[in-house]
Design a protein around this ligand. Structure first.
Ligand code: SAM
Length: 291
């Protein structure tokens, strides 16, 4: 099932929240209604990191629809959100098809839906939304998908916030001679078709998304939101490094020995408590004038 992805999403949640652009989130929040429930659509929710990050930053009350193709990841969302809420003094209760999170200044109804987000994007998902959002998604989708997304947001008049799109940059300390070669192979691999409308936009996703939203009449702002992860985040770094190696071998099956040698050297730096990594991401916000 999705055990490996669920663990990856758990490991990256703190690094994601540390990296995300709070100013962009606030600029979007300032454009949302305060006199009626804010209706939010979160695309490819996974286990709910984007919900937990944004819930306390948006006006309340809120009504979220969270969609993902993975029933297993959506099942974990309740558990992870309950633990998060308990640590902040919020109450969580199950409701039909989701959960409700309540606190002294927070009232949030969360509905989940298992859905494949391949094209065409259903108009019904977007109708009446004030905000369409996603995190760690855009690099998986195609240009055609981004064009369709911008069109749906335009029709519904929704603002948009897309966090943590991988932008093709990464660097390690201490460096290894093959770091750049492996990164180049990863970036080629990123363009493979992920089932979201064709070959993925990959590292250029945030730029392509910006062009699509500008073409649809939106004002756009973006911000670099790089991970900077140190020796303390050993498990996250390990998964990132192993993921790089796996993608590199898939891209160059004939270079398995060289990739394995690179992996061994990188993991030795990690085991020695020496390894640091930066990974380039971008957040993108978009809104229509007058909102
Ligand atoms: C990198 S994860 C990001 C999850 C979450 N947004 C976060 O930031 O933790 C990508 C998510 O996209 C979902 N996904 C991939 N392809 C999909 C598709 N065709 N339809 C719906 N969800 C999809 C995966 O199940 C996964 O939850």
């Amino acid at each position: 099932m999705d055990d490996a992805l669920a663990e990856w999403l758990r490991l990256r949640e703190v690094a994601d929240w540390t990296a995300r652009s709070a100013p962009l989130a606030h600029q979007v929040a300032d454009r949302l209604p305060t006199e009626r429930p804010v209706r939010v659509l979160d695309l490819a929710t996974g286990t709910g990191s984007n919900l937990r990050y944004l819930m306390t930053r948006l006006p309340s009350p809120q009504h979220w629809l969270l969609v993902d193709r993975s029933a297993g990841l959506l099942r974990l969302l309740g558990e992870r959100t309950s633990a998060w809420a308990a640590s902040r003094g919020y109450r969580v209760e199950p409701i039909d098809r989701g959960l409700a999170v309540r606190g002294s200044s927070l009232a949030c109804v969360v509905e989940t839906r298992i859905l494949d987000l391949n094209l065409p994007l259903a108009e019904e998902l977007f109708a009446g939304r004030h905000l369409v959002t996603a995190s760690a998604l855009l690099d998986l989708v195609s240009e055609a998908w981004l064009t369709a997304l911008a069109g749906r947001c335009r029709t519904s008049g929704a603002a948009a916030l897309f966090a943590l799109s991988y932008d093709g940059r990464s660097a390690f300390s201490p460096p290894e001679p093959d770091d750049e070669w492996v990164r180049t192979l990863l970036n080629q691999h990123q363009h493979r078709d992920k089932g979201l409308g064709g070959p993925a936009a990959g590292p250029s996703a945030h730029l392509t998304a910006r062009q699509c939203f500008l073409a649809a009449g939106f004002s756009c702002r973006d911000a670099p939101t790089d991970w900077s992860i140190g020796p303390d985040e050993e498990a996250l770094q390990r998964q990132f490094i192993e993921g790089l190696a796996a993608a590199a071998v898939e891209e160059r099956p004939d270079a398995g020995d060289a990739v394995a040698a690179w992996l061994t050297r990188r993991l030795a730096h990690l085991a020695g408590g020496q390894s640091r990594a930066t990974v380039g991401h971008h957040d993108l916000a978009a809104w229509l004038s007058g909102t």
